[in-house]
Design a protein around this ligand. Structure first.
Ligand code: F6P
Length: 540
């Protein structure tokens, strides 16, 4: 199909979906009432992840229409192209081979051979650190690792290191610094001994403002503690595709871990960007993480669309975005150790799908990426769940539950899971005004009082959610979960016809910050807007 017909078909198919939406006046309660076995037909399991998608506004006919739409977008061909290393990132003429980063067994391609070499380099490095063979400038072993990076060079490893807290090796602490706000770096290093501290400068481009400034400040901190220029290499390693810039910074070539242009930043935690994971948890844990992701890769690239977990999640989000006017989606991981998961998901989804032209550069005639937000359960229940239950917006929710306890407090884990299940049930069922009134009268309110208060206590319900279950929050299951969402986002790009692997939108802000920073020393150009000029006067 030419891009022209693809766009036309995309629009006409969305119109077909829209009319399906308008014809169907169903409620979730009715869908469950008419089919007591509904969940059996609207759930599936793969690569260690169970997905219950029955609490959605879906009938078999809806799924059929969505799957037909996916086929029209040649989704199966696009998935094959992704794994084959085609230039799916068409505006930068690059493949997106994050799947090659988690290959298993013997390397078969040039990409996998490069990955294997990098894995070996990381394993040797981690071994030297863990066995105290790597010494700082005063002869002390390294006790503290500080990862300096931002966006995809921070969110992934930061989230995984927190999620796998049970696997942290003793004797080494891993920290993350991202913000150019000096409070981040200074707050992190204030209690660390520079003689025992090693910095990972993680930056694919090695030109990101925040990372450069933090790395230079860290460099000054090490030098100020008594190290000389030559000894810097005992306290700095780099993960970058910009070898020249990393060496110019003073990092020894053998301490630069490669990352390639066929790995997107927000898809890079499986590369050497994941070095903090290896240092915090050990190489074996990192291998398990890769294996879990590989299992989901195998599922995504082989299983028919109708049983394909990433495809189902993407089609469901597409359905609510295009036909139900849902502008956002809330991510609710019911696990304290997944508190950084929504932030990682935000970059993955919103930096991939937050586009306004299709792959050919034509303006989109329909909505694209959703706003992704959320926080760990049960904390969100005491923050924004009020809006989810009684607000005026439909906000589809993804609940993530971990079956096995993540602490010795097993009774509290049972409460955690009961809360997770009850929240999705409350969204589904709600509470009718009649039920609210009856409840109030049963509680002793007068008929008049009950009549007055009931509208405030009624809960619309009929609000959809997915629930995913991991048997355990361990490296393998976590790897599968992360890969599941990576492939969901890629599939979302295929359904929208956008390139999910570039991020041109972030360039303007970077350019303007440089101009504003420089103009602050002189005077802002007269043609700049009065707000920017007055803010500069006040702040800079
Ligand atoms: O946010 C823009 C971005 O380019 C992200 O895509 C990327 O993950 C981040 O900045 C950091 O980039 P780098 O790894 O090149 O420092």
């Amino acid at each position: 199909m030419t891009s022209e017909t693809l766009t036309l078909s995309r629009s006409s198919a969305i119109q077909q979906l829209q009319s399906h939406f308008e014809q169907q006046k169903w409620s979730l309660r009715e869908l469950f009432a008419t089919d007591p076995q509904r969940t059996t037909s609207f759930s599936c399991e793969a690569a260690g992840i169970y997905l219950d998608f029955s609490k959605n506004h879906l009938r078999q006919e809806t799924l059929q229409l969505l799957l037909e739409y996916a086929e029209e977008q040649e989704l199966s061909r696009q998935i094959a192209a992704l794994f084959k290393g085609a230039n799916v990132n068409n505006t930068e003429h690059r493949p997106a081979l994050h799947t090659a980063l988690r290959f298993q067994g013997t390397p078969k391609t040039e990409h996998e051979r490069a990955v294997a070499d990098c894995r070996a380099q990381m394993q040797r490095f981690a071994d030297n650190i863990h066995k105290e063979k790597w010494l700082g400038f005063s002869g002390k072993p390294i006790r503290h690792i500080v990862n300096i990076g931002i966006g995809g060079s921070d969110l992934g490893p930061r989230m995984v290191v927190e999620a796998l807290g049970s696997w942290h090796k003793p004797g080494i602490s891993v920290h993350f610094v991202a913000n150019i706000d000096g409070a981040d770096l200074s707050g992190t290093i204030q209690d660390l001994n520079p003689e025992e501290t090693l910095f990972i400068v993680a930056s694919k481009s090695f030109s990101t403002l925040e990372t450069r400034e933090n790395a230079l400040s860290a460099r000054r901190w090490i030098l100020a503690s008594g190290a000389n220029e030559k000894q810097l290499s005992q306290h700095f390693v780099a993960v970058s595709s910009n070898i020249v810039a990393a060496q110019d910074f003073g990092i020894a070539p053998e301490n630069i871990f490669p990352i390639w242009d066929w790995v997107g930043g927000r898809y890079s935690l499986w590369s050497a960007i994941g070095l903090p994971i290896i240092l915090a948890c050990g190489y074996e844990v990192y291998e398990e993480l890769l294996a879990g992701a590989h299992g989901m890769d195998t599922h995504f690239s082989n299983v028919p669309l109708e049983e394909n977990l990433p495809v189902l999640l993407a089609l469901i989000q597409f359905w609510y975005r295009q036909c139900w006017g849902a502008g956002s989606q809330v991510i609710l991981p019911y696990a304290q150790r997944l508190s950084k998961f929504p932030a990682w998901m935000q970059q993955l989804d919103m930096e991939s799908l937050g586009k306004s032209v299709d792959k050919e550069g034509k303006p989109l005639e329909y909505p694209s990426g959703s706003v992704i937000w959320g926080t760990e359960g049960t904390n969100g229940q005491h923050s924004f769940h009020q809006l989810l239950h009684q607000g005026t917006d439909l906000i589809p929710a993804d609940f993530i539950a971990i079956k096995q306890p993540t602490s010795e407090l097993h009774e509290q884990h049972r409460w955690l899971l009961a809360c997770c299940i009850s929240q999705s049930q409350a969204l589904l069922r709600g509470k009718s005004i009649h039920e609210a009134r009856q409840e109030l009268e049963d509680a002793g309110y007068t008929h008049r009082e009950a009549h007055a208060l009931a509208p405030h206590k009624a809960i619309p319900g009929n609000r959809p959610s997915n629930t995913l279950i991991l048997e355990k929050l361990d490296p393998h299951h976590l790897g599968a979960l992360l890969a599941l969402y990576e492939h969901k986002v890629f599939t979302g790009g295929c359904l929208l016809g956008v390139n999910p692997f570039d991020q041109w939108g972030v360039e303007l802000g970077k350019q303007l910050s440089g101009k504003i920073y420089k103009a602050a020393e002189e005077h802002a150009p007269e043609d700049w807007d009065s707000s920017t000029r007055s803010l500069m006067e006040k702040l800079l």
